[in-house]
Design a protein around this ligand. Structure first.
Ligand code: FA5
Length: 378
């Protein structure tokens, strides 16, 4: 019996020929060398070291070889693939280092460059001033009340006891939106519409809306046909206060005013009242506060004149008084049982003397060089 035939049975596989394996390796090495950046190297990797690269395909052919030829071909292909992978890793390291160096140069941040980001917005000093004042009263238990800026003539004037021939009802004082010249005195739904000339109509709206006791503070924008100048603007802001309860007197009004100026300007501040006339308060008064700047030190002292108060020691804040019983009646409140006090003043004027602003026009022109020194309060 003859022995099994173990003689070499040569099978020629083109891809596995040494010269072809060498060529594939050399092509791979050349492609890696030629890759100028990491993207190009990634493409070369897919072409020469990926699953469908010539070397990988050649590797698959090894299985078709007779056992005697497998080891040699496997060694040849394995060595070639090892060299390819090593060259790939080396080129990858070089290109990554180049990229990192370039990024460091190109994307460097110069921390000494001037700051050029647009600053976040801030509220206008008038708004913050108005909220600061309102907060004083909210802290005392008052509620905020609001009304429309385009207001019924009835609320703006009639309910507040303005007579039909009061000069404020003339077109040279008031912006009429609808129905100027209409018979004054007609109720809200029939009356003309004006841009409210003060925040006092909110008094009437509140009294018609709520049962006493009423304690409200009403901040808002108002309009008058005044020319824009250093101390006037046709659109300005007021804060109104209204308290209606049993047994309120002028002493309560004075105490509330003193508390307000002390909370806003310092513990040594006080107010004084001078007789005045408003149709909706009786008695009425003009309220002054001690000059915030000189605190009275300029009075009779030519050495230390004060521009803010004209060396008078007092600054006019606004109007006030006990709510006129006629207003209570017009709003359905029993004047035998309830009394009330009210006051109102301009926020622009308050901002002027609190911050030494000389010209009211600066407040309305929207130039941020004016608002910036007030800080970025939001
Ligand atoms: C009134 O408007 C009354 N409603 C105030 C009031 C309320 C009295 C409650 C009694 C009871 P007067 O017209 O004086 O009052 O205006 C009040 C404040 O508004 C003035 O002191 C002033 O600070 C401000 N003011 C008036 N006109 C202008 C204007 N054109 N520009 C800026 N502020 C103004």
């Amino acid at each position: 019996m003859s022995a099994p035939n173990k003689s070499y049975d040569p099978v020629e596989v083109e891809a596995l020929k040494p010269e072809n394996i060498e060529r594939m390796r050399d092509e791979a090495l050349a492609a890696f060398d030629a890759a100028a950046d990491l993207d190009a190297l990634a493409q070369a990797k897919t072409a020469h070291a990926g699953g469908t690269s010539p070397l990988s395909l050649a590797n698959r052919e090894i299985g078709a070889l007779p056992p005697q030829a497998k080891a040699e071909a496997g060694k040849r292909v394995g060595m070639a693939r090892g060299q390819v992978n090593k060259a790939l890793a080396a080129r990858q390291a070089v290109l990554e280092a180049e990229r990192d160096e370039r990024v460091l140069v190109e994307e460097a941040v110069d921390v000494t460059l001037p700051y050029d980001r647009v600053p976040s917005g801030a509220r206008h000093p008038l708004t913050t001033m108005m909220e600061r004042v309102a907060d004083v009263f909210v802290g005392m238990g008052y509620e905020i009340a609001e009304g429309p800026e385009a207001e019924a003539e009835w609320f703006n004037f009639d309910a507040l006891n303005f007579t039909p021939d009061h000069p404020a009802r003339q077109m040279q004082d008031t912006f009429f939106v609808r129905g100027e010249g209409q018979e004054p005195g007609s109720r809200e739904d029939e009356s003309g519409i004006v841009l409210r000339t003060h925040t006092s109509p909110v008094q009437a709206r509140t009294l018609l809306d709520r049962e006493p006791p009423v304690y409200v503070v009403c901040p808002g924008r108002v309009y008058r046909t005044d020319e824009l100048d250093a101390t006037h603007t046709p659109v300005f802001h007021q804060i109104e206060l209204l308290a209606v309860d049993e047994g309120l007197t002028m002493a309560d009004l004075k105490g509330t005013l003193d508390h307000m100026v002390q909370a806003l300007f310092g513990p040594d501040m006080k107010t004084r009242l001078r007789p005045n006339f408003f149709p909706f308060t009786e008695p009425s008064a003009e309220m002054d506060m001690v000059c915030y700047v000189c605190r009275g030190a300029s009075v009779g002292n030519p050495e230390r004149p004060c521009r803010t108060c004209g060396s008078e020691g007092w600054i006019e804040l606004g109007g006030c008084g006990m709510v006129n019983p006629k207003v209570l009646v017009a709003c359905g409140v029993d004047p035998e049982k309830y009394s009330g006090f009210a006051f109102g003043f301009g926020i622009e004027r308050m901002l002027m003397f609190r911050h030494n602003v000389e010209d009211m026009r600066d407040m309305v022109e929207g130039d941020i060089r004016f608002t910036r020194p007030f800080g970025m309060e939001i």
